[in-house]
Design a protein around this ligand. Structure first.
Ligand code: ATP
Length: 347
């Protein structure tokens, strides 16, 4: 028997609904396994926690989370709940930095041809993964303040050799397990920090002679992701470009409700949907839980339970084969919990 201890951080908005759906699926996986025991504990984080305690992600909670094998997070933040100076709370970014979760991994896989707005051959398959650097890049300056009366405000893009090397190595390793191709997405023709990023990429590529490489500017990458997504296997890019492109790629596979993600470092892993707390639909039971369910599958992989991860992914695909099994964001009327039930019935 192997017991895996999972910290649940349901968070705000639709976070609790989609997390409950993912736990429902994980419990079904556990029930079908001879040797898997899952233990969950819920930790309170986010805007709701801030209103209770004055801190959306306390040191004590973060220390507690480190004691678990992995963290499954729903979503954090609400538009009206801000720091006293009016700035937005971003505990989801703080957690990445404080646990040094430098790999932002965003798989982009089309679960059913009906779910993409793409036309023609592109519909047949979209299967790529974005490795987003999570700790520096253009987010480096995010905690700076600005004077609204200032004549100008600068934001620096930080690319460190260590930061670039470690995300690139992670991307090359992933390509070795996939189709053997890494695309660097940068803006090396304009920004010195990006030219440096490319220099580091070229050096890391030499360590992996068996992996093919391409180099694409971020503007062209946005175009190709819509016109020819099949040209990509693994994409590696800096923080802000990864942030933007992963919303674009969510769009080509059905929207935010279909986009899982994992934030991984050398010691910890936090798994959460790529979407936010979606306050506009919270509490109505209509959120799409697939992104969170697929994030839970990534968590099982990372915990060394790839068979269970695969069984969740297969169950999602089988459930979505039924065209009437669609939450409202996908054009249907299936509720969040009904979608979870549909996945569970395929486990
Ligand atoms: P954040 O900045 O925290 O990432 P956001 O402001 O970009 O969040 P989201 O909360 O991701 O926005 O929501 C963007 C839109 O997508 C909203 O209209 C929301 O209702 C919709 N959306 C997001 N996630 C889901 C989901 N799981 N199911 C259905 N709709 C969703």
């Amino acid at each position: 028997m192997s017991e895996l201890r999972i910290a649940l951080m349901p968070g705000d908005g639709i976070g609790p609904e989609v997390t409950a759906a993912a736990v429902h699926v994980l419990r079904a996986v556990e029930a079908h396994s001879d040797d898997l025991v899952l233990a969950f504990e819920t930790l309170s984080v986010g805007a709701g926690e801030f209103l209770e305690s004055g801190d959306p992600l306390s040191d004590a909670t973060l220390e507690r989370a480190k004691e678990y094998d992995a963290v499954l997070l729903g979503a954090m933040g609400l538009p009206d709940v801000r720091w006293p100076d009016g700035t937005e709370m971003t505990p989801q970014l703080d957690i990445r930095e404080r646990l040094d979760l430098y790999q932002g991994i965003r798989p982009v896989r089309l679960q059913h041809p009906d779910l993409t707005p793409l036309r023609g051959a592109e519909r047949a398959s979209v299967d790529l993964v974005i490795y987003r650097e999570n700790t520096e890049g253009l987010f480096w300056d995010r905690k700076g303040r600005y004077d609204p009366q200032a004549a100008y405000v600068d934001n620096a893009m930080r690319i460190s050799r260590r930061g670039a090397e470690r995300i690139m190595r992670a991307a090359f390793e992933a390509a070795g397990r996939r189709r053997g191709h890494v695309t660097l997405v940068d803006k090396a023709n304009v920004l010195p920090a990006m030219a440096f990023f490319r220099t580091v990429f070229d050096a890391v590529a030499e360590e992996y002679p068996e992996i093919e490489t391409s180099r694409v500017y971020v503007d062209a990458a946005a175009l190709y992701l819509v016109l020819e997504p099949q040209r990509f296997d693994v994409i590696v890019t800096e923080n802000m470009f990864g942030d933007i492109l992963s919303d674009l790629t969510a769009g080509i596979v059905g929207g935010m409700g279909m986009a899982p993600s994992a934030d991984i470092g050398d010691d910890y892993g936090v798994f959460q949907p790529a979407h936010g707390s979606a306050p506009d639909i919270a509490g109505r039971g209509i959120a799409n839980p697939i992104a969170t369910i697929l994030s839970a599958a990534m968590m099982m992989d990372w915990l060394g339970r790839e068979a269970e991860g695969d069984s969740v992914r297969t169950a999602v695909q089988l459930a979505l084969r039924d065209p009437s099994c669609r939450t409202p964001d996908l054009g249907g009327t299936t509720s969040c919990s009904e979608m979870a039930d549909a996945v569970v019935s395929q486990i």
